[in-house]
Write a protein that binds this ligand. Sequence first.
Ligand code: CP
Ligand code: NVA
Length: 315
Amino acid sequence: MATTTLAVPIQEAKDLLTGAEWSPAHSRELLALTADIKANPSRYAETLRGKFLALIFEKPSLRTRVTFEVGIQSMGGHVVFLDHTQARLGERESIADVARNLERWVHGIVARVYEQRVLDEMAATTDIPVVNALSDKFHPCQALADYFTLEEKFGSLKGFKLTYVGDGNNVSHSLIYLAARLGVHLRIATPANYAPDADVVADSRRVAKESKAKIELFTDPREAVEDVQAVYTDSWTSMGFEAEEKVRSEVFKPYQANRKLMSLAERGAVFMHCLPAHRGYEVTPEILDGAQSVVLDQSENRMYVQKAILHTLFR
Ligand code: CP
Ligand code: NVA
């Protein structure tokens, strides 16, 4: 069956754990494959025929769970959902034991976890693909869907100007890794104590030299947003950080995406958010629900990009 017209075989890694697995060329190929899957879903209806995937979620989810379940089934595969919201992985038995058992029954693992090290250990213990469905440090499926959404709307991502304002969190880390691979000019504006992790920034700047990307850090959101083509924010308190909510809602106030901040961006700039959003906190309702917002396109595209990821890992 004809599946893709891509020239370069994009499989370089067994797993998708961070967003840094693929080279610049192969990251671009993944977005091209996503476009083909979105335009021609029936070509990919057999990719996962006879395959079973375990979905393990330690945290709540709407978008990630539904897009993986629908996406996998639309490619002929089957899902086994393991609800770990009440008990963390490694509590009843070791992470390695869970992974070694799962690989006797299923062909791949999609997991949302509190700690990145849990994913790393599962991936190291098994021969089957492990996909990060969000950890404390990374959210690669989200960032890939976000860049696919921008490419769909604006064309080439080379030199595209995107500003992320708010918390230097999991979403920001994967946006940084993939900006470096896709040639994006990414500015990140955070309070000084909430900057993205230095290792992610340093690794990405090395890759950025090859791809002509730019990764810039700011503390002033207004300066960071000036003349950009897209403004992105995420919740100020990620899952797992609820104890800090009160402090965070004070510290992050100047980073709210509102009409004033958006007016500094380029005319026609879009507003992005991975969702779930908190109206009146990181974004005002008029921006989140207004004409500039592409948040539902980002959500929709999660499914296509994840199908491309699975197609790549399982072919
Ligand atoms: N954006 C995202 O990952 O949403 P969920 O937490 O609902 O899966
Ligand atoms: N940074 C957020 C993303 C939710 C999809 C969190 O980790 O809660």
